[in-house]
Design a protein around this ligand. Structure first.
Ligand code: ADP
Length: 490
């Protein structure tokens, strides 16, 4: 199970530096931090650690590139070509990027290689296509005036991303920001800086001018907070935990920065008795165990209608127990390691809590091996929706199965959480499916499927899962501001 560095066929792992103004630099403090392979616990390499002075340098570089650089003078066509080219380069380097991602996150190579990396490439291409379609309007105002609107970039955009899909989250943030003509300071998660740094190199190779994309690995309370508070940053986009989102909102208030937040979830996955049960079991397994459950949209509350409970659970537990877990570099592996020892301990703590709360543990519940941070796919049955394991985001391979009677019962329970990121319904009754799609308070509703995402379709949360919509044309609203221009015709 041990993953040795020599297994890396395409990727070169080297100590990471900060990417600021088109140059690779050490941190002002000279400090570095370790990045660890979650599958082994071994240190992969050291990365320069940005703090407030480095963030200031990166923001200055981004400001200069925005105000003076060639970036703002490029035609939309040329800007689009560059953004598209980043996508091409990601695709050309897909094997290498997938390996970096597996090394840094512990996720299975087949997910990194066939989901994360192609989706990241696709995201850049999609937004490359948008540059020439960001249009204003002419407005029929009263009086002898000609009035029109222009969509302008926000300016310098600060982007803070988590560790669960490092390159893909970078793509969701950087691609639309560049398409709209902004310059960017990106802070990857401290656990997973490697693919974002490689993205910096690929941006340069694609022709992104110096200072337009800056990548500054570092910790949240230091580098992250400095970025949020910086007066020269015009917008913050964040994906991460609710508590961090709240802190960011407080810190952004001082400079009245617009922010967009994509936060946690406790998404209901609802299986009715009239569903295709085999499809629903597969969907439930993928809904919770994809990416080890380290997904903000994970289907972590599984509502199963009373009268199919036993049949459904038998199939579910059987599948959960036979998922192939182990070396993330093995192409057969379906579930990898959790991101860190700290996170594994948090997940194990929730498993212990579930037992104490009186839920019935029917699969998993323990670590796999001693080395690395593997936790077995875990199923709790007979969970009450009020238990903490049903209310709090665990962000790991732990599903809470909650029985329900009918539509009213399940809608009430589904919505009885602080979150509202996603939800799913499994039924053959089209009327019931669409009725629930309206009643569920969630930014995404899947019907007879789970976890499908596409660059073209918006993603974001209701309630405390955040605000603002990424992906699709909705992301253009996050990265542009509207100017109204009046011309006197009298
Ligand atoms: P997790 O606990 O799952 O790592 P976080 O929300 O803490 O989730 O982290 C997501 C991202 O937010 C990371 O890049 C992290 O460094 C950053 N972050 C954490 N705290 C802050 C903060 N106070 N201000 C800005 N960014 C932060």
């Amino acid at each position: 199970m041990a993953v040795e560095q020599k297994k890396i066929k395409h990727a070169v792992v080297k100590p990471g530096k900060l990417f600021i103004g088109g140059e690779w630099r050490d941190a002002v403090s000279g400090k570095t931090f370790e990045t660890v392979n979650p599958a082994t616990g071994d240190v992969i390499t050291h990365v320069a650690e940005a703090d407030a002075p480095d963030i200031d340098l990166a923001v200055q570089a981004a400001r200069k590139a925005f105000e003076e650089g060639p970036w703002g003078r490029l035609t939309a066509h040329d800007r689009g070509r560059i953004v598209w080219r980043i996508g091409d380069l990601i695709e050309e380097h897909a094997d290498e990027l997938a390996e970096l991602e597996v090394l840094d996150t512990g996720k299975p190579i087949r997910e990194a290689r066939y989901i994360d990396i192609p989706m990241a490439a696709n995201c850049f291409r999609y937004y490359g296509g948008w540059t020439t379609k960001i249009e204003g309007e002419t407005i029929p105002v009263a009086g002898p005036f000609f009035n029109y609107t222009v969509r302008e970039p926000m300016g310098v955009v600060g982007q803070i991303i988590p560790w669960n899909f490092p390159l893909l989250m970078a793509a969701w943030k950087v691609a639309p920001a560049l398409a709209c003509g902004n310059t960017v300071v990106l802070k990857p998660a401290e656990q997973t800086p490697l693919s974002a740094l490689r993205l910096g190199e690929l941006c340069q190779e694609a022709g992104v001018p110096d200072g337009v994309v800056n990548i500054v690995p570092g910790f949240g309370p230091t580098a992250g907070a400095a970025l949020v508070k910086h007066p020269e940053v015009n917008k913050i986009a964040f994906t991460g935990e609710v508590a961090t989102g709240q802190e960011i909102m407080r810190n952004a208030a001082e400079t009245l920065k617009p922010i967009s937040l994509e936060l946690g979830g406790k998404s209901p996955n609802i299986v009715f008795a009239d569903a295709d049960l085999d499809a629903a079991v597969k969907g439930a397994i993928m809904g919770i165990y994809f990416n080890q459950g380290e997904c903000c949209a994970a289907g972590s509350r599984l509502f199963v209608q009373d009268n199919i409970h036993d049949e459904f659970m038998e199939k579910l537990v059987q599948r959960a127990r036979t998922l192939r877990q182990g070396d993330p570099f093995d192409p057969e592996t379906q579930i990898g390691a959790l991101i860190s020892e700290e996170h594994m301990n948090k997940v194990m703590g929730y498993i212990e809590l579930g037992r104490r709360e009186g839920a019935k543990l029917v699969a998993g519940g323990q670590r796999l091996g001693e080395k690395g941070y593997f936790v077995r796919p875990t199923v709790f049955d007979e969970v009450d929706n009020a238990m903490r394991i049903a209310q709090e985001e665990i962000f790991g391979p732990v599903v809470a199965v909650i029985p329900f009677k009918d539509v009213d019962d399940v809608v009430q329970k589904s919505n009885a959480v602080i979150y509202g990121l996603a939800a799913a319904v499994w039924t053959r009754d089209i009327k019931k499916a669409h009725t629930l799609a309206r009643q569920l308070k969630a930014g995404t509703v899947w019907i007879n499927t789970y976890n499908v995402l596409d660059t073209t379709s918006p993603f974001g949360g209701y309630k405390m899962s955040g605000f603002g919509r990424e992906l699709g044309r909705y992301a253009l609203d996050l990265y542009t501001q509207v100017k109204s221009v009046w011309v006197d015709l009298s």
